[in-house]
Design a protein around this ligand. Sequence first.
Ligand code: SF4
Length: 490
Amino acid sequence: MEQILTKTKYISGLQCSKLLWYHYNDPHKIPPQDGMTKYIFDQGHNIGVLAQGLFPNGIIVKNETDHTKASKLSFELLRERRPLFEAGFKYENIYARADILNPVNDDAWDIIEVKSSTKIDEISLHDISFQKHCFEKAGLKIRNCYVMFINKYYIKHGEIDLKELFTIKNVTSRIRITIKGIKKRIKKMLDIIKIPSPPEKEIGHHCRYPYKCLLQNKCMRFLPEKNIYSLCRIRKSVADSLVKSGIYTFKEIPDEILLTARQIIQINCEETGEPYIDKEDIRSFLSKLIFPQYFLDFETFMTSVPVFDETHPYQQIPFQFSLHVLESSNAKPLHYSFISDCLKDPRKDILLKLKKLLGDEGSIIAYNVGFEIGVLKRSSEVFPEYIDWFNKIRPRFIDLWEPFRNFDYYSPLQNGSASLKKVLPALTKKNYDNMAINNGEAACSEFMRVTFSNVSKKEKQKVLVDLEKYCSLDTMALIDILFALQKLVR
Ligand code: SF4
């Protein structure tokens, strides 16, 4: 069967020859993308469609799975001399489609690549280089190449202004550089596809860049469970070069590598199997807490195209909060929660409710508190009647992450991480394992899915209930962790 190298596969091939081989020869071994990654790709597609609105005279080229047919159809449409969306051309064993092909002069075309990111990355340039090479070989005259990407400074006021939302940049001179040697690279990739077994490839930086490779579990299987990639704050490049020289475990780390205090704590805990506890520092942290104690957590979503007025692309918009309140040391925690259907901007409702609930005194406790403070700060800037209130409550915030980030407490069960999802089971044996939604990314992508796409009422309701459970567990986890810390130093 004729193997065709498409631009997506070309990008995979640039990342790793082994990944490319699997795409063609054993694609079932490549696990599916997670919900968040799929959501990001979907956003990219939606942005492409939105950008078409800037070319009102354009023609959408029908999506044909047969590359020869698709190419024939696109050639026919070239005669119209109108902007073409998703036109695809085949030359020998390569095939590429352009987001937008814009006619210029009498016989030439500009390639416009639409990106949902807020800057131009190197990989986009390789993507366009592949298109330009393929189109020119197929007989098209290409004048310039452009990237159209999201203007991060755009603020929505009313209808989306496409001219303001997108920034367009001429990258023709940069393409002249990235296109060099493309013929050789394509030939090499086409040869790799044909070999009977996957090529040997060491793990390294390319496993994470430009995309997190889905074959990581397979290729990194040879590493022991506790390996140097899990050493806290180790630079990935340092870990890569250690693995390259056959050093996989903490024990093998050479003396010349200067370790931080936290890394030494982690390594010692691995050896003893016991947690490290700095009681003095934990006591000092706990002494800052004042009753009533408010345990707060937000869930947020972000979109490339702002949904609400006075927001910019990729702004974190809170849609949910959970709040547990402890009035005194032996009181039962009270629970309050809010989740929006996002038919209107939820920020004002959130401010209104929290203003009532957070009272005038007592500690407001969150995990990685900068996030909660940031959400409230940006929300109150849009609803200035809440600015004074926000400034008043801001000093009451306490970060429960602090003793774990500082390694005042560290358990080998955390595997180098101070995240809430690692600290909770290490300290309390509780976990998120049986939750339908069990992490922040899933909360965001599930909320987006049921809010901004067509799903049944029943499904939406189920996800909202799951979200309530998840967010409520997050704040209950804060209480559990706090109690466990108090017990440790009692
Ligand atoms: S995990 Fe790394 S080595 Fe393995 S296929 Fe992916 S990029 Fe290549």
